[in-house]
Design a protein around this ligand. Structure first.
Ligand SMILES: O=c1nc[nH]c2c1ncn2[C@H]1C[C@H](O)[C@@H](COP(=O)(O)OP(=O)(O)OP(=O)(O)O)O1
Ligand SMILES: [Mg+2]
Length: 209
């Protein structure tokens, strides 16, 4: 079976792009992202679950680019907010404004004590072959943590400065890329994808031949 040296990850988020570049490099692959295809037609994330949105993005961009594509839909589910912002994480307080989103989380959680600040980061990854939406490969990963009352750390990706991971005693924004990939929702999903994609890929290529 022949795995490609290059894969398109259908994301416009530079934080995700950075993490995927590193993780795929370890698997011997380089990636392109939507930042490399500025003219690609966009898609609205109208799904009702991480899985639906990841599938929507993967299928749309596989068709649009006529290439195999991986997509990630992810977000933060806060216990005390009944799972919000969840699939609305990117647009919780305004479109893709990380600072405003973080500020809104802090306001909504008010002065809740530490034992009521639990949260889950979720990532669903979908690998899609152009125009064959029924054979998507789907994996997911989750990690538990606590929402701090004050942001901590320099990594500027999304909710990372608020997400404290007790086993390492720091927030995702205070971790090295290796540390974060080692424990994160996206890292877990990625390792599940790595186990499954060679067989999946071979089956798609066989189908095409
Ligand atoms: O590891 C993470 N560390 C911090 N924040 C994170 C993480 N993972 C997801 N998040 C946040 C970012 C965004 O507010 C939302 C994802 O929304 P989501 O639609 O999947 O991504 P996006 O719109 O930023 O980029 P795109 O859809 O082009 O991949 O959750
Ligand atoms: Mg999005």
């Amino acid at each position: 079976m022949t795995m490609p040296k290059m894969l398109v990850v259908a994301t416009k988020n530079p934080g995700k792009a950075r993490e995927f570049a590193k993780m795929f490099a370890q698997a011997g692959m380089t990636i392109k992202t939507l930042l490399d295809y500025p003219d690609a037609r966009q898609v609205n994330e109208t799904g009702h679950s991480f899985k639906e949105n990841a599938q929507l993005k993967a299928d749309h961009f596989a068709h649009e680019l006529q290439l195999p594509v991986a997509a990630d839909d992810s977000g933060l589910m806060i216990d005390a907010l009944h799972g919000m912002p969840g699939i609305r994480s990117a647009r919780y307080a305004g479109d893709h404004n990380d600072a405003a989103n973080n500020a809104k989380v802090l306001v909504e959680m008010g002065g809740l004590p530490r034992d009521q600040r639990g949260a889950t980061f979720h990532s669903t990854l979908v690998l899609a072959w152009p125009d064959r939406p029924t054979v998507d490969l789907i994996v997911s990963g989750e990690v538990r943590g606590e929402i701090l009352t004050v942001p901590q750390g320099d990594n500027d990706f999304g909710y990372d400065p608020l997400f404290y991971f007790p086993p390492l005693g720091k927030t995702f924004a205070e971790m090295t890329p290796e540390e974060k990939n080692g424990v994160s929702h996206r890292g877990i999903a990625m390792r599940r994808l790595e186990q499954q994609w060679p067989a999946w890929w071979a089956a798609q290529e066989e189908d095409q031949a």
